[in-house]
Each structure stands twice: as structure tokens, then as C-alpha cells.
Design a protein around this ligand. Structure first.
Ligand SMILES: [Zn+2]
Length: 225
């Protein structure tokens, strides 16, 4: 059987581009120490093609991931040796085909529902860059889902440009608060504008400053009436 694959691959060489269905074992492009590989235990557990080593983001599984998915007794070096042996062109080809396939299921597949908004949304999804403050936000206990909601707030909560920009700057931590101005020697102190007592950082300015929290409370109470 393996001999067959090997011969098949040999015949098909240069004709079949790499896909997720490319067989890992006895593959001329996947060599460790210049030899094609075949791990019997992996094969028996169901690791046959590249797809079997991919995670949901189409990256390759980690050592822990492989162990967990296949209940395999393997060691770190074997696992990384194999994943490293997979040529970069393969990895790129997998990403490329996946993007093409994803596009097929995008709104333009069905021209009847093709709207500017849908196209823009799909386009932005591919362009989206992680926020610079993501680490800090995650450290404060927000889940990725909540983070995405939080970043969408800037454009969904108000149509007023100034407020949108303020919201945007807040979530990206780009507001020029006093402590930052003071550090840049653009303010004579780092004390809060409102209470003149505490050092002004973003949290202080929006939440914990006594003046602000007092305002917040009365606003909230006013809303309840
Ligand atoms: Zn204050």
C-alpha cells in the first residue's frame, strides 16, 4: 500500500499541487535526514494527510495538539521534526487554497445578496489587525468575543464623529491623558483635571475619579427615574 502511494506520488510529481489531502508518509517533499518518513503509530491513529495535522486556523498542530487529538505517545522532537519537514511551499499553498475557498462562500458567491455592506464586511475581515492593546485587555479578563464587540462599539454606538473618535482612541489607549502629557513634559502635573487630587490615567478619567463616579451615579439614578 505504502509502496503504491510512493509510486503514485512519484508518477504524479510536479503535476499534483499540494493540498490538504496530500499524503504525509513516504512523500518525497517531506524528508527527515534526507529520508522520507513513515510513523506507523501515527498512521494507525489516523494521521494520513496534511489535513490531519491542521488546526481549525489551518496552522499546524503543536506537539500538545497532536498528542491530544490522536492520544499518541510521541515525543516533542519527533513531532516538531515532522512538522518542520513539511516544506514552506506546502504551508503557503494550504493557506492560499483556503483563502480561495473561503471567498467562494462569501457573499459574492450569490450575486443576489451582494451588497456594498456585505462586501465591505468581508473585506475588512481579511484586513483586520489585532488591537495593540489586546494583551492588556485580555489581562483584564475579556474574552476574544467581548473584545471584538468592544472594538465594534466605536462605530456602532453613535454616528457622531467626535464621539466615535473618542471611543476609538479609548479602546486603542491613544487618549492624551494628563499622566501621558506630563511624561512628555507637556503638562505641569499629572493630576486629574476634574478633582485635582489623583493621578490621571485612563481608568481614573473614565471611572474611578470621584467627580466622574459621582456624575456617573447621578446620571444612572436620573435614568432610573
Ligand atoms: Zn479626578
Amino acid at each position: 500500500m505504502l509502496q503504491y502511494w510512493f509510486e503514485f506520488k512519484d508518477v504524479q510529481n510536479d503535476k499534483t499541487p499540494c493540498t490538504k489531502k496530500t499524503i504525509i508518509w513516504n512523500n518525497q517533499d517531506i524528508k527527515i535526514d534526507n529520508k522520507m518518513v513513515f510513523f506507523r503509530t501515527w498512521f494507525d491513529k489516523g494521521v494520513h494527510t496534511l489535513k490531519d495535522l491542521l488546526n481549525s486556523n489551518l496552522g499546524f498542530l503543536t506537539y500538545e495538539g497532536v498528542k491530544l487529538r490522536y492520544q499518541l505517545r510521541t515525543n516533542f522532537l519527533t513531532c516538531y521534526g515532522l512538522i518542520n519537514a513539511i516544506p514552506q511551499e506546502y504551508k503557503k499553498a494550504i493557506k492560499r487554497t483556503s483563502i480561495q475557498q473561503e471567498h467562494l462562500t462569501q457573499p459574492w458567491e450569490n450575486l443576489k445578496v451582494l451588497t456594498t455592506k456585505a462586501t465591505h464586511k468581508s473585506y475588512m475581515k481579511h484586513l483586520f489587525e489585532e488591537p495593540t492593546t489586546k494583551l492588556r485587555i485580555t489581562a483584564n479578563g475579556l474574552t476574544p468575543d467581548q473584545i471584538s464587540k468592544c472594538f465594534n462599539l466605536a462605530s456602532s454606538i453613535t454616528a457622531e464623529t467626535k464621539l466615535t473618535m473618542f471611543q476609538y482612541k479609548t479602546v486603542h489607549d491613544k487618549v492624551f491623558i494628563k499622566s501621558r502629557l506630563f511624561k512628555a513634559k507637556l503638562a505641569s502635573s499629572d493630576l486629574c483635571y476634574s478633582c485635582l487630587k489623583t493621578k490621571q490615567d485612563l481608568k481614573n478619567m473614565l471611572v474611578s475619579c470621584p467627580v466622574v463616579s459621582e456624575f456617573g451615579k447621578s446620571f444612572y439614578n436620573g435614568m432610573k427615574l
